[in-house]
Ligand binder design. Sequence first.
Ligand SMILES: Cc1ncc(COP(=O)(O)O)c(C=O)c1O
Length: 410
Amino acid sequence: MLFLMDTTWDIEGIRSQYPALRDGTVYLDGAGGTQVPECVIEAISQAHRSGLSNVHGPFASSRRSDLLIAGAREAVADLVGGDAGGVILGPNMTTLTYRMAAALARTWAPGDEIVVSELDHDSNVRPWVQAAAAAGVMVRWARVDPLTTDLPAGQYAGLVTSRTRLVAVAAASNLIGTITDVAAISAIAHAAGALVYVDAVAAAPHFRLDMASMGADLIALSAYKWCGPHAGAVVAPVELLETLHPDKLEPSSGAVPERFELGTAGIANMAGITAAVDHLADLVAGGGSRRQRLDRSLAALEAREGALVPATISRLTGIPGVRMVGAPTRRTGTITVTVDYLTQGEVAARLGEQDICVWSGHAYAWELARALGIRDTGGAIRVSLAPYTAGSDLDRLVGALTTIVSGTPA
Ligand SMILES: Cc1ncc(COP(=O)(O)O)c(C=O)c1O
């Protein structure tokens, strides 16, 4: 029996677009990386088939590459309500964040301050902490409320000072799904003249992002978390990027955004990025511009996950020995639990034997895992939903976990 009936979400139509689902594997590891639909695979293959050359050359295959890159910038801009001219593309979010930290740190002086958060994936912590150490800049930490596992925005009033140059914060936790009030945090940061760098890697696969209403000066994304290829992006206003001067090769372009992009891009993947954004926009039927379709589709995705998550939590916690990790006020489609009597690694391995993919551990949310007291105890089991998650996937997980737990000592 289906876990939850899908009425507005054409789950079978969506699943049929994902070749990887055909062998019956249950992918509940979306927060670690999603599967890709046929349109993304086809766009990447077609890009290769069409003949690609390196960029800015005087022949058609090079012009095709230029167009693919321009198309990916437009698509990513649509996804976050940004400006295509300020979309920096690269191999992944971590590489790009180190790059942006190095560039921004050049504008800092000893005695300046930055604020990072305990909630964040280490990719939005360590690059800033290390850049601050090198620049003689003080790091202040925003803490997670241990009871609610929210990141209270009010604390930023006490953390941000006239010396604060940057606030780095996640739009959502990749480990426990907490959604942060980025708009409230940005308002405090901006009042002090600080920039806000938002890690939206764990948010973009679950709800609509809009840089302006979030108050994000820079926003970071990973396409492979939203059904695209392995690639990352940082989006910022062109005027802001014009003020930054990253290390680059002498002969490479000095223009924005290219001066932030090192070496040759994964050009065929650019076609996959565009196809993935189009796929997200078309998860539910309806016309309009891509931004309008993204509004509609991602609102439907959010509503669907908003219904699936509480039902899933209630079934998981109904299994003896399964305990929730985190109880945020607002959450994405990521649910984290621990299982008594077994290590979390053993649980993930036993589920893996049944072709049910979930991750165990700290998920690189290094400071959060410590704050939650699970970093040194094997972490937790993370179940994360994707557009293609079926009720039957969740049934399989609940059934398998029940069997695993019932075979352990009471
Ligand atoms: C919230 C969050 N931020 C950053 C990253 C790092 O992304 P990438 O693998 O693109 O470097 C991840 C990866 O899991 C993540 O979940």
